[in-house]
Write a protein that binds this ligand. Sequence first.
Ligand code: ATP
Length: 202
Amino acid sequence: MQFTRLRLTGFKSFVDPTDLVIADGLTGVVGPNGCGKSNLLEALRWVMGENRAKAMRGAGMEDVIFAGAHSRPARNFAEVALTIDNGDRLAPAGFNDQDQLEIVRRITRDVGSAYKVNAKDVRARDVQMLFADASTGAHSPALVRQGQISELINAKPKSRRRILEEAAGISGLYQRRHEAELKLNNTEANLLRVDDVIEQLA
Ligand code: ATP
């Protein structure tokens, strides 16, 4: 799976529709201070399901919507679309029936976020799992923000291990295991309740 295109509308400083072609290999973003380099990286994390406003440098998630500047009024929504080439058919099951995937996240003021994959409504969790299974996502070590290299060098072994696990592609399995544990706990609680009811009836 290869990222091929990123489209932003009303996202942070990208008020006008902006289309970026992502070429093969390593991509670096350069430009003067304040031109929106970090905003671009955040858009990529955001469309992959980032749900922490702090990671977007905001107090609330609606802070990603263009807030207005000079003569331009604030926008009511922000949208980011990420196109992925799935010609090699490596997308996780459920998303693997097309050569190209377009993941769209839109946030509307007072409404919240909505996600689509190839124009079909999906849940945030579906998008997060899609990227986790493909060994990438909002927390992927492949997205290197400013200062991250020195953070990595100074990181505690536990944080460094998390990065290695992401790179090894097992973070999706951890998420699935966690969900399975939650289901197991619920089922055990239900069984206890059934035992209680049977005891009362006996
Ligand atoms: P530096 O090199 O200094 O780190 P940068 O190129 O990474 O800068 P960003 O931090 O991506 O730049 O962009 C900062 C700009 O984005 C600022 O001008 C800020 O006002 C603008 N900005 C951030 N959020 C919004 C928003 N919601 N609406 C409008 N503009 C925004």
